[in-house]
Write a protein that binds this ligand. Sequence first.
Ligand code: GAL
Length: 656
Amino acid sequence: MSIRLGVCYYPEHWPETMWDSDARRMKALGIKQVRIGEFAWSRIEPSPGDLRWDWLDRAIDVLARHGLEVVMCTPTATPPKWLVDRHDDLLAVDANGRPRAFGSRRHYDFSSDAYFEESQRIVRLVGQRYGNHPAVTAWQTDNEYGCHQTVVSYSAAAQRRFRLWLRARYGSIEALNTAWGTVFWSMEYRSFDEIDAPIGTVTEAHPSHRLDYRRFASDEVVRYNRMQVELLREHSPGRLIVHNFMQMFLEFDHYPVAADLDVATWDSYPLGALEVMWFTPETRARWLRTGHPDFASFNHDLYRGMSAQPFWVMEQQPGPVNWADWNPHPLPGMVRLWSWEAFSHGAGCVSYFRWRQVPFAQEQMHAGLNRPDDQLDVGGEEAARVAQEIEQVTQAAGALGQPRGKVALLFDYSAKWLFEIHPQGEDFLYARFAFEYYSTLRSLGLDVDIIPVEAPLNGYALIVVPPLPVVPDDLAARLQHSGAQVVFGPRSGSKTVSLQIPATLAPGALQEILPIKVWRVESLRPNVSEPVQLGRLQGHATHWRDLIETGDGVETLAEFADGHPAIVRHQRVHYLAAIFDAGLTQRYFEQLAQAAGLEPQRLPDTLRLQRRGGLTFAFNYADTAVALPQVAGATFIVGQPDVPPQGVAIYRPAQE
Ligand code: GAL
């Protein structure tokens, strides 16, 4: 699989006199593909039915003339003003019942029939116009589904479709009443038509109702994207169809959306992410200008696991962004490091956002590869260097296969919704805990595949399951079959699919392979921790404790100070009854990896390794040089055994 660079470009933002020189300079820099058009509806169709293709025809032709491939987008993320004004049910509605106003983007409602039809119309038109253009090699549907909290809408249209969704899921209102447990507080319904969206209630709305509303909203995204994919396949046969997902974004289930695509792509903004995710002020300060060493990787491994063909980074941060509370600039070398990191985790393409910083509107403070005065910026220089290095690596190693870890991390979108709807402890954050398990595995030098709970498990030596509240019925048997060491986080198996407590208590369906019973739970305030003893190692638990009764053959490996089991094991299945501090988690995962026959290697927290296609890639996030461990006899293609700050090394390890 060849690896390549791309860029995001907005010809409609620039005078036409600049297009030729832009395309020539892109080509000279080593760019192979250019994404265009995702926000251009008001220029394609300035008023109803008045289609203006001429400028877009010319823009595509300029790119094609310079030998650049075009990733064409459907412009549905930004319905223009006239379109919004034409229909009264097009806008999404927030939890306070207010329509989301025109004047930015993503204001549409996934459930609006009118918008569905308007989308079909414009996708068909763009598809017909460019579907067979030789320069158009791929399509992006829409842009970043769900960005700016736009998955869930409480519109009348959404409510109507929710009722249909419930009817299809439950068949009868009696089944729904039983599944949800609506007898509580006299919430019983006599028909599906009586069920509203779960908002505006006096105190919390019914959790099962809320969970189903989230599932429904997620399915609406799948439906909407599928409509676009089907039209594009019809009008543009043989082209790749992709969507650009967001970083660590869990508001809809990405797996079924990705299943309809050829390539899952995602938008990587490591410095922005650090500011807006759960990280502590200390962590933010520590990685201020590099991003957290495991954050982009987590997303690479996640999207690799759902992409039929090698995933892409569709938007790569090129310099400071504009949208976080603080927007530092990346240290010199980071744009190159992030690019190689993506390739090492399996990316087929890294595409920078954007070609040139735009001097107007919302994103005028967002860097591009070029400055607004059209001089190449630092990110542009680093991209040019990556392009040269791609040649070097390709010559030395040929096409690179996909990475394949011996360690799997099972990831589940709906776990996030469930813990959010029914938290029991305010700071029980699914994404954070999944990330922390992942980061611990990476700190041990292990390559990780992030896969859905339903994925085949053969070939893995170690399977790590972050807190998984709803365990599918067949999971226990599949884990048993896999032969792998398996470890579960707390609260696993604690709920049924309709969000009730399992009849045999947690971990419910897992009791087949893990004969324990969680008889009580407690959440812990942020300033409270409970001491834990693992062999000679003293650690502590935070956030949560499961109090466990153990059955036959279950061994207690670590205990809380008050005598309750903290880590238990039954044969190859391990259970963590709490969230533990980083040191204890690392020690335990190291033991597990050893038991699984892997060779964990403790790395400094500033050094990360990844293997792809017989090569090892090393990334130094530190301010000082690092000497790579175990590289005697290795052949270096890029860099050396001493990796400078923010440096990259690519080498073929010595044959054993
Ligand atoms: C992404 C989006 C782009 C641009 C970018 C800025 O979320 O897809 O259109 O807004 O962020 O960082």
